[in-house]
Write a protein that binds this ligand. Structure first.
Ligand code: ACO
Length: 375
């Protein structure tokens, strides 16, 4: 008798990885052995990219080298540049990113190599280009040109500059930078698993990332952050949060931004995002989104025992930073690119095809009949 499948592969250990680790009971997350609480607000996103893709926290020299590589890697290939606008006209942000990454593979300088060195270079280019793609998409759909990147600003600062058209304050840039660190990797989440399945066929890194972007787009995964803000916008006031939560739960609907497959206590990333949301509520003088979030958090915990996941407070933080709501999941992808590519590198380094079994639940012993006799 074949073993029963685990629906949604719950509790199945699907791969070995040295990139990140979660202790779901204790609510702890580690990148290559470092506790996320020790990294958040202390390393910048470029250091985090080095840690995930290259295995160590960089020395000053290594960081300077990677920073240079990321700056050079921002340049989009001609095919991508030509297609930014036509794609932006017809595709949503995540669809467009999937298209752009697919187009980028055709002119990648390491197109025909999956060697470890080529994979590292591709990983850096993909990571460098993702924020540029989001910014160019956003500019193209509005018929404007994104401002040139400012060499004085880091990845997060330049992203905010190019999205909002305004130079961010140092604190705004730092907050987004911390968000990028917090979202960068998360063990066998759905999009990373999709990337690894694709990579394990010995397909290329761009293909694996396209698979990952497609998986991140869904509302049960990365797409939840946009839905959190859409819910708040539909509710409108703190006083109306209770009614909406009651109605949704009574109707058996899920409340976006709550629950997690692995965490049985607070998602450690939510701890930091809640703090940042509170800070931005105070500094912007607009505490509506933060107060709605707090009220919803209390209610959903009281009624369902569910805690916020990473997407919940990310929504208000991004909103306070002036990021358009339909780009929230795209911001997630800017960060998670670091983790996806690290996992593809790891998968290729010790590969075996990922091909699980299935339980057959269909009919048996069906008899073929000619088409003329079928009713
Ligand atoms: N709101 C209301 N009820 C919920 C929620 C929620 N957000 N999450 C789980 N539940 C309930 C389910 O209805 C189910 O109840 P039941 O047993 O009475 O049917 C039970 O909790 C288990 O839920 P599952 O969906 O089976 O849990 P699973 O581990 O498969 O899903 C998931 C985890 C997808 C994150 C789920 O909690 C969810 O859909 N949350 C909302 C979407 C979301 O925020 N996604 C982002 C996750 S973080 C990330 O991917 C970056």
């Amino acid at each position: 008798m074949a073993p029963r499948p685990s629906k949604g592969l719950a509790d199945v250990v699907a791969a070995s990885t040295a990139v990140s680790d979660i202790d779901g009971q204790a609510g702890r997350l580690f990148y290559r052995g470092y506790d996320i609480h020790d990294l958040a607000g202390k390393i910048n996103f470029a250091e985090c990219v080095h840690l995930l893709q290259r295995g160590t926290l960089p020395t000053r020299g290594e960081l300077a080298g990677l920073t240079g590589e990321l700056a050079a890697g921002r340049e989009l290939t001609p095919l991508v540049r030509r297609n930014i606008e036509p794609v932006a006209r017809v595709q949503s942000p995540m669809e467009a990113l999937r298209s752009y990454v697919s187009l980028a593979s055709g002119e990648d300088p390491d197109k025909d190599s999956g060697s470890p060195e080529a994979n590292l270079r591709k990983a850096a280019r993909l990571t460098a280009q993702q924020p540029v793609l989001v910014a160019r998409y956003h500019a193209a759909r509005r018929g404007v040109t994104a401002p040139d990147p400012d060499p004085e600003l880091g990845i997060a600062g330049n992203f905010l500059l190019q999205i909002t058209g305004e130079r961010p304050s140092p604190r705004q840039a730092d907050i987004l930078d911390e968000c990028l660190v917090l979202h960068a990797d998360h063990t066998m989440n759905a999009s990373t698993f999709a990337a690894r399945v694709c990579a394990a066929t010995l397909s290329d890194m761009h293909s694996a990332v396209c698979a990952a972007i497609g998986a991140l787009k869904g509302t049960l995964h990365g797409g939840a952050n946009e839905q959190v803000m859409r819910t708040f916008q539909a509710i409108g006031t703190v006083a109306d949060v209770d009614r909406t939560v009651h109605e949704k739960l009574a109707a058996g609907e899920k409340i976006m931004g709550f629950g997690h497959r692995v965490y049985k206590s607070e998602d450690p990333r939510a701890t930091h995002l809640r703090r940042m949301s509170a800070e931005l509520a105070e500094t912007t003088g607009d505490d509506l989104w933060y107060r709605m979030s707090r009220r919803m958090e209390d209610l959903v915990f009281a009624e369902k025992g569910l805690r916020p996941n990473v997407d919940f407070y990310a929504a208000s933080v991004y909103r306070y930073l002036g990021i358009p709501v339909d780009l929230f999941t795209a911001v997630f992808s800017v960060s998670r690119m670091a983790g996806w590519t690290a996992h593809v590198i790891e998968q290729h380094a010790d590969n075996r095809l990922i091909r699980p079994d299935s339980e057959y639940i269909g009919d048996h012993d069906m008899k073929w009949v000619p088409i003329s006799e079928r009713t």
